[in-house]
Design a protein around this ligand. Structure first.
Ligand SMILES: [Zn+2]
Length: 82
């Protein structure tokens, strides 16, 4: 399979989240998490997300939950200490 076909055939399905959570994300980012995931863009930086950009299954799974690209996930989860 060619890279383009692989990307085109990737149809991420957003996991269900509480509508309150959805509303917060929408307020923060200006667009909905589900829309972003369906459009394959990052909810945080709004960059297009490609299937190959995720380094592992966990990161890919996290995208379906939080809608964040690999870069934003790295920033948030590895920045870590408060
Ligand atoms: Zn991002």
């Amino acid at each position: 399979m060619k890279e383009n076909e692989k990307q085109d055939s990737w149809k991420p399905i957003p996991t269900h989240k509480d509508t309150a959570v959805e509303a917060i994300i929408k307020a923060l980012t200006g667009f909905g998490r589900k829309e972003a995931i369906n459009e394959r863009i990052c909810v945080f930086c709004a960059k297009p997300v490609t299937l190959d950009s995720f380094k592992d299954e966990l990161s890919l799974k996290e995208y379906h939950i939080g809608g964040m690209c690999q870069e934003c996930q790295d920033n948030i989860f590895e920045g870590g200490s408060e």
